[in-house]
Ligand binder design. Sequence first.
Ligand code: LMR
Length: 328
Amino acid sequence: MKFKSLVVALAAAVSMSAFAQAPIVIKFSHVVATDTPKGQAAERFKELAEKNTKGRVKVEVYPNSQLYKDKEEMEALQLGAVQMLAPSLAKFGPLGVKEFEAFDLPYIFPTKQALYNVTEGPIGKGLLAKLEPKGITGLAYWDNGFKVMSANKPLHTPADFKGLKMRIQSSKVLDAQMRALGANPQVLAFSEVYQALQTGVVDGTENPPSNMYTQKMHEVQKHVTLSNHGYLGYAVIVNKKFWDGLPADIRGQLEKAMADATTFEKAIAQRDNDMALDAIKKAGKTTIYTPTPAEQAAFRKVLLPVHKEMEGRIGKDLITAITKEAAK
Ligand code: LMR
């Protein structure tokens, strides 16, 4: 009897230690190619997280909507089917945190520094805190860049957009932006954009060059306008229950890995976009157009009223606070 209970106790100890050694798995799902600022930073986070925790954490990165598309990945995070995402700031509206759409307002950030004033200050922190009641913890802001417009016709002035079907992300600000230009906005998941452009389901779209190039959108868009009319960036988010349930030392190591991956991401974002634009030029299938100052002014005139129009949705105070911070 004694011997039997010893065997049982030993077996339990062995299985517990096996359990204790099983790595904690973080599934990190995202929708862009690995060879983009976000894709590379996700890989860097994996490398640092696994190294910092000496293998106690294993990060599995699933790029290119391999696991989930835009909307599904948010649901998967809340359900705990994946632990980490980095959706664009334009995709938090369906979650009920529409304030993030302020980042989509045309021309709200004149420079990257203006953006960092917001994301790295109290406004940025306050926005991430709004995710907590949704069961989500915000860890960092990641960068992409300023957006260009594309279509199969030249887009030199607002009038050129009239009647075009333009693919947008799920943001009401982007919807208002395209309507202000006289276009018909259509929300599509990122993974569906290439085919929608190719088959003519939509006529055009907007994105920074890194996304355009890595999804080969330039192969099915004859004209790109360097409008730089708006910004695209990300919030890196985790399932709150999972995050809070991690041993404190592990969480600390992961926070460090995230901070370092974020520094890396910000350092490569602009360079990657510049390289992607060069590559689009070299591919020779797309005409790249820089609007004249007068054309830029015409775009601003049509698009700036979107700020006022969106006050009811995003909050006048938030828009004013961001504008003030961005002007510092
Ligand atoms: C898009 O859906 O257009 C982009 O936001 C995708 C991304 O995550 O960069």
